[in-house]
Design a protein around this ligand. Sequence first.
Ligand code: HEC
Length: 188
Amino acid sequence: MKWARVRWQALAVALPAAAFGVASVTTSVKASRRVSRGEYLVSAMGCGSCHTPKTMGPDGPRADASRFLAGHPEDAELEPPPVLGPGPWVAVSAWDTTAWSGPWGISYSANLTPDENTGIGSWSEETFVGALRTGRHMGVARRILPPMPWGAFRNLTDDDLRSIYAYLWTIPPIRNRVPEPVPPRTAR
Ligand code: HEC
């Protein structure tokens, strides 16, 4: 009798714990699905072509894996961009495609790593999704400049945008303070 009661009590404790366990396993399976979906999207959509610094090799610029998605390097010393004539050419990029100059001035690709002070480490999911949906810095401030293709990325589903955010949180944080864009008047 006594043992039976002990067993029932044990079951009463174990069952909710098991249910909780199942719930947290389901949540973590969902979270890891998001991360792998985000990894797939980031690689297929070429975020790194503009957001990852490069090293120069014999075959030209190569993505620098040790600075994956860290944005335009803060210590890059670039000459002022060339002044383009009235011809059909309107924009140029630096050799590593992390800095761009055009009618909008000079833009520098952002640090997408989860570094708290210089990357997206202090951004909520809402801030990140808001930026890509509205084309405004952090979803509320100045316009996001070309060539960041937010006008196309805004067509992603909420779930895909959240997956990109979830994945970016899993990459190594890199401290790199990307310069502010330069407005067109002072760019030349
Ligand atoms: C063709 C180049 C290019 C590609 C490709 C690109 N970006 Fe960008 N991105 C930029 C530039 C340049 C900026 C800085 C724009 C500015 O300062 O207004 C930027 C800024 C951002 C920002 C900061 C927005 C803000 O609120 O200030 C985020 C977030 C971002 N990109 C995410 C992504 C993601 C995710 C991908 C891939 C799915 C991607 N970018 C692909 C060039 C690019």
